[in-house]
Write a protein that binds this ligand. Structure first.
Ligand SMILES: Nc1nc2c(c(=O)[nH]1)N[C@H]1C(S)=C(S)[C@@H](COP(=O)(O)OP(=O)(O)OC[C@H]3O[C@@H](n4cnc5c(=O)[nH]c(N)nc54)[C@H](O)[C@@H]3O)O[C@H]1N2
Ligand SMILES: Nc1nc2c(c(=O)[nH]1)N[C@H]1C(S)=C(S)[C@@H](COP(=O)(O)OP(=O)(O)OC[C@H]3O[C@@H](n4cnc5c(=O)[nH]c(N)nc54)[C@H](O)[C@@H]3O)O[C@H]1N2
Ligand code: SF4
Ligand SMILES: [Mo]
Length: 739
């Protein structure tokens, strides 16, 4: 595909959008003779991408060629304090240096910190700037393991829901995206399909043309909700109650699939007993629905076949979000929805990709570190604590097992693939921590962000057009090769290159630090002597085939028409009982409730703080940004203009506070405050207010929605609880309506 002759005026290169999005689109990049990308387009041959890109990435060249991209390594000038820098003038705080000098001094400083305070005082902080297998975690993991740096528990996005799903099913699999077209009912639960997962939408539309109904359960009237047949504006954090209420009705009316349950599930009797407590009347009082609506929803869900559940991670960003996901995940098992092609559901498809992660990350290098063992674990959702409370930042049971409070204070922070200054909870604590004069901070970035304002060194990073990678997806079943389409601008360098170079400066002699991206791709695929992958389910994959086609389905998804993939229809499953677990001995052994139950979040209308802070706050993602990415681009900001820097309120809550549309308002709680302009438009139910993620430095008062969110962790998975936040709102004195 990209093998066009060099004399041709254009080449077309197959890349993969590496943003943290379920769709992982195949992106064809047109490159002119001068090596400049002139066009990006969705791959028409990819069954899920279907030839189109979302609005954000359709304008990707605005990002790649943005005039304010960081192009050279930079060092903070002597005497310039860490903290917010004026937008457009960040350069003044830094001086340009060469890569050699940057790498030498950073390596020397990390060595010194490791010797003086122990290597665990170094904290890598990364998330999903790229979800390519190499870019997300490969050479960097090798580097930090070998160094003995603290391990980061990457809990900020999906850990609660992912672990909850796995407690029920053992593995994150789901109905193939393409099969949603066969559904007669699509239930989008905490899932903004149109905004966050737009390549599922054509399949939903196709289903609806064939008579399917779309029901959306979301406190916010998203684009998806506005297009639905029925929008249920549930109160935040009450989903477990609704799922249990639906079970109550289903079991009461005998709508469960006993044959399927008997064959596939464990703990039915216990669950049935638990569900009996959740009468529609009780559940109505929590969720804000009527008992009749709960009954109607349960009946429609249980009697329509095929019924497809699209749950996304919105549900689990609440204090009891793990339990909520667990309870919702049990619904298709109770009704046997998995048996009907096009039914069942999807939270994530990521469990299907059998990457050889150990070969890529090489955790055994920790044995060669000065620690001689795997380092302690720091939860990324507690960055504020980790940076401000000596030896802290580790609580709860995360992915990597229980954390401890032992270990040295964090003395060096190495940020890449993430913008914690904007996206991490409890922003004021995070920024207080990052402003510490005794903290050494390196940030590998594309732009001057809310995080680079605190950096000692800034290193220029690449976009997915500028490096090679391989990628799976969490919203489809295709492996894709992302080929380097253009040379990086300036001196931008990839994550793999950076950590390979740093390893050399640290004197790490292991051969694996010299692996090329191509070699690491082969390691991830487990390419054997005959050129084929040796990973179970990837045996048909070769590098040649990937280069030629760009995308290749996983083994079980190769003949969807003659052999459709329907997960969880035969056992054993990779759970302790080998079955779908309604009752979890694993949780019981941890002293937790083995069955789902509803406990109102402490930060909710039922919580103690509700008297002082009576409004539930949703600091949501923007439809036209990717978390904090794209927010600095004018074209993207224009697309987001309607809700940008706005606080969405229900008319009743606005009126009670004397607030009119366009008024300047202050939103606050004990953690921080935010100033926005009121938008009294009814996208939220009474008692709930909402605002979008943005950059602090692009906001009038220099803060983002995360100035209000807390570091409290979810019940399962120790994830962040962005959507369990209480606030109060007031009209700002001396301000009138803006319009
Ligand atoms: N346009 C766009 N697309 C994105 C992103 C983006 O920032 N912008 N981010 C990407 C990322 S990082 C991820 S993880 C994925 C997945 O992202 P999702 O998990 O789908 O993202 P959210 O928008 O956080 O949550 C989905 C919906 O859940 C709703 N919600 C909030 N609280 C509750 C609740 O208590 N109950 C229920 N039922 N719903 C609730 C929110 O209002 C929101 O509309 O999307 C990716 N795609
Ligand atoms: N209030 C609130 N807060 C949230 C959420 C929410 O819904 N509400 N969502 C949460 C969720 S789900 C997530 S996933 C997190 C996301 O948090 P992050 O993963 O931090 O996501 P981004 O804001 O997109 O920042 C990624 C950064 O990586 C940089 N980058 C991109 N590619 C590369 C690369 O190849 N190398 C390097 N070194 N850098 C690169 C980008 O320029 C960008 O600044 O935010 C969380 N925070
Ligand atoms: S952000 Fe998502 S929808 Fe947009 S191009 Fe990337 S993968 Fe596709
Ligand atoms: Mo995420």
């Amino acid at each position: 595909m990209n093998a066009a002759s060099s004399s041709a005026p254009f080449r077309i290169v197959h890349t993969v959008c590496s943003h943290d999005c379920p769709d992982s689109c195949g992106v064809l990049v047109t490159v002119d003779r001068e090596g400049r990308a002139v066009k990006v387009a969705g791959d028409p041959a990819h069954p899920v991408t279907q030839g189109f890109l979302c609005g954000k990435v359709a304008k990707y060249l605005d990002l790649v060629y943005a005039p304010d991209r960081i192009l050279f390594p930079l060092r903070r000038k002597a005497g310039v304090a860490k903290g917010p820098l004026k937008r457009g003038r960040e350069h003044e705080a830094f001086e340009r240096i060469g890569w050699d000098e940057a790498l030498d001094t950073i390596a020397a400083r990390l060595k010194r910190v490791a010797t003086e305070f122990g290597p665990e005082s170094i904290l890598p902080y990364s998330y999903a700037g790229t979800i390519g297998v190499l870019g997300y975690g490969s050479m960097d993991r090798r580097f930090f393991h070998r160094l003995g740096a603290s391990q980061l528990d990457r809990t900020i996005c999906s850990e609660a829901g992912g672990q909850a799903w796995n407690l029920v099913y053992g593995k994150k699999l789901g109905t193939p995206t393409e099969d949603f077209r066969l559904a007669r009912l699509v239930l989008a639960w905490g899932a903004n399909i149109h905004g966050n997962n737009v390549h599922l939408w054509p399949f939903v539309e196709q289903a609806r043309r064939n008579g399917a109904r779309l029901i959306v359960i979301d406190p916010y009237r998203t684009r998806t909700a506005a297009l639905a047949d029925w929008h249920i504006a549930i109160r935040p954090g009450t989903d477990a109650a609704l799922a249990l209420g639906m079970m109550h009705v289903i079991l009461n009316e005998g709508l469960e699939d006993r044959a399927y349950i008997d064959e596939m599930a464990h703990g039915y009797a216990q669950l049935a007993e638990r569900a009996r407590e959740y009468t529609p009347e009780r559940v109505a009082a929590w969720t804000g629905m009527t008992a009749a609506e709960i009954e109607r929803l349960a009946r429609e869900y249980a009697t329509t076949r095929p019924a497809a559940l699209r749950m996304n991670y919105g549900v689990q960003r609440t204090e009891n979000g793990g339990t909520a996901v667990r309870a919702i995940a049990m619904l298709p098992a109770l009704t046997g929805a998995w048996k009907h092609r096009g039914g069942g559901g999807q939270l994530s498809t990521s469990g299907a990709f059998p990457w050889d992660k150990k070969a890529v990350e090489r955790p055994e290098l920790a044995l060669a570190s000065p620690l001689g063992r795997l380092a302690r674990v720091v939860n990324m959702s507690e960055l504020g604590k980790a940076l401000t409370e000596q030896g802290s930042g580790i609580e709860g049971l995360g992915t990597k097992g229980p954390g401890t409070h032992d270990g040295p204070a964090v003395k060096a922070l190495f940020v890449y693939n993430s913008n914690p200054g904007a996206v991490a909870p409890n922003q004021n604590a995070v920024r207080r921590g990052m402003a510490r004069t005794d903290l050494f901070t390196v940030v590998h970035e594309l732009f001057f962000t809310d995080t680079t304002d605190y950096a000692d060194y800034i290193l220029p990073a690449t976009t997915f057009l500028e490096h090679t990678d391989i990628q799976g997806a969490y919203g489809h079943y295709f492996v894709q090769l992302s080929q380097k389409a253009i040379e990086p601008p300036g001196e931008a360098r990839s994550n793999v290159w950076l950590f390979s170079q740093l390893a050399a400066r640290m004197g790490f002699e292991e051969e694996c630090f010299r692996d090329t991206p191509e070699e690491m791709i082969c390691q991830a695929l487990g390419i054997g002597a005959d050129g084929h992958s040796t990973n179970a389910g990837m045996e048909h994959i070769t590098m040649e085939a990937l280069r030629e086609r760009g995308h290749i389905p996983l083994g079980f998804h190769r003949s969807p028409d003659s052999q459709p993939f329907q997960p969880y229809t035969s056992g054993p499953l990779p759970t302790p009982s080998g079955k779908i677990e309604f009752y979890s001995e694993t949780l019981a052994a941890q002293g937790l409730d083995a069955l789902p139950s509803f406990i109102p979040p402490t930060e909710s209308r039922w919580g103690e703080g509700a008297e002082r802070f009576p409004l539930e706050f949703l600091g949501r993602k923007a439809d036209n940004y990717m978390n904090s990415t794209f927010a600095n681009l004018d074209g993207h900001r224009k697309m987001e203009a309607r809700t940008s820097q706005r606080l969405e309120m229900h008319p009743a809550d606005a009126e009670a506070r004397g607030i009119a549309d366009g008024d300047a308002v202050r939103i606050w709680n004990d953690r921080g405050e935010l100033r926005l302009t009121a938008l009294v438009n009814g996208s939220v139910p009474a008692g709930v207010v909402a605002a979008r993620m943005d950059w602090a430095k692009l906001s009038a008062d220099g803060a983002t929605v995360n100035a209000l969110t807390s570091e409290r962790l979810t019940d399962i998975g120790a994830g962040a609880t962005f959507y369990s936040t209480l606030v109060e709102v007031a009209k700002m004195q001396g301000t009138g309506a803006r319009e």
